[in-house]
Design a protein around this ligand. Structure first.
Ligand SMILES: [Zn+2]
Ligand SMILES: [Zn+2]
Length: 97
């Protein structure tokens, strides 16, 4: 089961959905922070896809879904990509499959 949680930056108001849990093929959706378009993007990692395409198991050669940049890193769970302030969960949670 997976779900998403809305995070919001108290400083600049940027909001993003953070996916948690595992998908139906065992894949995880991790959140990456893109240095170029300064946003947080979801990225599928591991699971059945990772077995046929090993690059899906790591961040190597992965691209930002929004701008195609390679300049991405795993989001640390708090830093706003826009203003480097602290982001907090808003309490909104939505289940999806
Ligand atoms: Zn911010
Ligand atoms: Zn980007």
């Amino acid at each position: 089961m997976s779900w998403k949680i809305k995070y919001k930056c108290s400083q600049c108001g940027y909001t993003t959905d953070i996916y948690q849990g595992k998908g139906f093929m065992g894949q995880e959706i991790i959140s990456i922070s893109c240095q170029d378009c300064k946003s947080i993007q979801p990225l599928i990692k591991g699971g059945a896809i990772g077995q046929v395409a090993p690059s899906y198991n790591s961040l190597i050669d992965r691209l930002c879904l929004q701008c195609g940049s390679k300049n991405i890193k795993t989001w640390d769970g708090k830093t706003c990509p826009k203003c480097n302030s602290c982001m907090h969960p808003t309490g909104e949670k939505e289940f999806w499959t």
